[in-house]
Design a protein around this ligand. Structure first.
Ligand SMILES: Nc1ncnc2c1ncn2[C@@H]1O[C@H](COP(=O)(O)OP(=O)(O)OP(=O)(O)O)[C@@H](O)[C@H]1O
Ligand SMILES: [Mg+2]
Length: 261
């Protein structure tokens, strides 16, 4: 296939529950994310962003349609170890996602053991270095770290398996504003150095516009528009919902409308 992407999604639908409890959360999404691209996903709370990431990651199994990673088609019910390793997820809450009674070293070693990888000490040291943390941090516990440092550990844990894709679910929204930029810059540098492909979910259009090459806007389980960063910033978008999100989040106003106090 000439235009095969890193992540190819066709007619993705996700339904939780059955009968009267049936909840059709994602409705027929088509999207293709290129290798090395940072692809943003925005939309209001509950529109299905995390569910889509979960389906790509293999955490959500209730999907139908087609998901292919690097051309390899995935089965909703079953993933091999190798298929799971190709994409890793980073979550919003760096405290909740790290085991409170495990040292950072143990947290980082665990995925290596599961995947039976050798040179564990070397890999832990390199992962810490990649995210700008000193090697001695492997002996610490999560509560001995700041929020930003914990999120660095969560990123290191995702990187340690040398994935091709990082799935980032609101990776900075639980952090202080001053720390958010630090983590965003780290993610930006990592992608430049490693050629990783990102899918970044955020409710903050400014964050997405800062980092992403293209931005998909999701509403009620559907993609209403995919725009380039340039078009999003310039306001060259077609769907009224995109326009609304953009104005709300980037603080832009339609031309000629004076700013009110
Ligand atoms: N495991 C599940 N079982 C049943 N319903 C679910 C499950 N996971 C998510 N949902 C429902 O799917 C919908 C979309 O949830 P999702 O977490 O994907 O939203 P989101 O866009 O990530 O929202 P937010 O911005 O608040 O994180 C919600 O209505 C949610 O209640
Ligand atoms: Mg979510």
């Amino acid at each position: 296939m000439a235009d095969q992407g890193m992540i190819d999604i066709e007619n993705l639908s996700i339904t939780f529950g059955r009968g009267s409890r049936k909840n059709h959360v994602v409705r027929g999404i088509d999207v293709s994310v290129r290798q090395g691209e940072c692809f943003g996903l925005v939309g209001e709370s509950g529109c299905g962003k995390s569910t889509v990431l979960g389906a790509i990651a293999g955490r959500v199994k209730e999907w139908s349609g087609r998901i292919a990673i690097g051309g390899e088609q995935l089965d909703p019910a079953r993933r091999s170890q190798a298929q799971r390793r190709r994409q890793q997820m980073v979550f919003q809450d760096p405290f909740g996602s790290l085991h409170p009674r495990h040292t950072i070293g143990r947290i980082l070693t665990e995925p290596l053991s599961i995947n039976r990888l050798d040179d564990q000490d070397g890999r832990v040291d390199r992962a810490l270095e990649q995210v700008g943390l000193p090697k001695r941090f492997r002996f610490r516990f999560p509560h001995q770290l700041s929020g930003g440092q914990r999120q660095r550990v969560a990123i290191a844990r995702a990187l340690i398996l040398e994935p091709e894709i990082l799935l980032l679910d609101e990776p900075t929204s639980a952090l202080d504003v001053s720390i958010q930029a630090e983590i965003l810059n780290l993610l930006k540098d990592l992608r430049q150095r490693s050629g990783l492909t990102y899918v970044l979910v955020s409710h903050d259009m400014a964050v997405v516009a800062h980092l992403c090459d293209r931005i998909a806007v999701m509403k009620d389980g559907q993609l209403v528009e995919v725009a380039s960063r340039q078009d999003m910033i310039a306001g060259d978008v077609t769907h009224p919902y995109t326009q609304m999100l953009r104005e709300g989040s980037l603080g832009y106003r339609p031309q000629g409308v004076p700013q009110t106090a």
